[in-house]
Write a new protein. Structure first.
Length: 317
């Protein structure tokens, strides 16, 4: 019989994912080490997603679910966290999946590093039938405390994802949870905040497969500046100088990636908006981006495809 961790809750926000919620739930209920509770928050789904959830709830006593009016993914995650009784929260999006040993490795991290406030395993991306492995700052056998989260996150985005993370519930509440009513960048905002105020432990073992469709992010970018860029540029002066330096370096790199994506998609509104933020962060950096803005969009598309292909090599091969 599988063992159960007495102090881990899994929160799954759900909105119209009838085709993928079964895969997500199976990846949780098939773990070598099971969680104390799984909380599915239906955020006003209009498809048959709940039918699958009910079927799993009949088989697994630790799976609970409830529905709420549609309030967005942050609202659903926060509601699930508030309903949890365990002291540690794991999040999993309804279209992603955990590897079989995810919770076992996460529990080892939690036990081995009691001083840590949040934790993550490396993740991979499944897109267009192929796997991508976002880079990380460390070797593939790394496991331990990351002393400078902001720098490590800047060096490799494979460090953390909303479907690969675990956080102590008290620390999550202290941070205020996910910002609600935000369509894009709400998760990165929270992980940056956690990295500024808390201690982070990481394992380079791949624990999550993130299933991604390019058009979803593109649709969000058409109308919204990523929240973490807008918020931290606006609030930069609230942080001490040593935090500002590391935060600015992260934001400048991340801003350049979003700006290049906007250029590729010929999204003039967003690319111009991001140039303004670049100037606010660093005048010289903003000038360089303005010069690059004169280059054709096809060049950015080529560079983006090259970046994706470079990430399709499995770690250790």
């Amino acid at each position: 019989m599988d063992s159960i961790h007495p102090d881990i809750a899994v929160v799954i926000p759900l909105y119209n994912k009838e085709e993928t919620i079964g895969r997500a739930l199976k990846s949780v209920t098939s773990q070598k080490l099971l969680p104390a509770e799984v909380i599915v928050v239906d955020d006003g789904s209009t498809d048959d997603s709940l039918k699958t959830v009910r079927e799993f709830a009949e088989k697994f006593h630790f799976l609970k679910w409830f529905s709420q009016e549609n309030g967005g993914v942050s609202s659903a995650r926060n509601a699930g966290a508030a309903a949890a009784t365990a002291r540690t929260l794991c999040f999993l999006d309804a279209d992603d999946a955990w590897e079989p040993g995810y919770l076992e490795e996460m529990a080892r991290l939690i036990q081995q590093y009691p001083e840590a406030d949040f934790f993550s395993l490396r993740y991979r991306i499944h897109r267009n039938g192929q796997f991508e492995y976002p880079s990380v700052f460390c070797k593939e056998n790394f496991s331990g405390i990351v002393p400078d989260f902001l720098t490590a996150y800047r060096k490799g985005y494979g460090l953390i994802h909303s479907s690969s993370v675990s956080i102590r519930r008290s620390f999550f509440e202290e941070l205020g949870g996910f910002p609600e009513g935000i369509p894009n960048g709400e998760d990165i905002w929270l992980w940056l905040r956690a990295g500024i105020y808390g201690t982070f432990a990481f394992s380079a073992k791949i624990g999550t497969t993130v299933h991604r469709e390019d058009f979803t992010a593109e649709m969000r970018r058409r109308e919204h500046v990523p929240y973490h860029l807008e918020a931290y540029v606006r609030e930069m002066d609230l942080f001490p100088p040593q935090v500002q330096r590391r935060l600015k370096r992260f934001l400048m790199k991340n801003l350049a990636i979003h700006w290049a994506a906007a250029k590729t998609e010929q999204n003039r509104w967003l690319s111009d908006k991001l140039l303004v933020y670049a100037r606010q962060l660093n005048g010289f950096y903003g000038f360089g981006m303005r010069m690059a803005n004169l280059l054709p969009a096809d060049l950015f598309y080529y560079l983006a495809r090259k970046r994706v292909s470079s990430r399709q090599k499995e770690p250790g091969t």
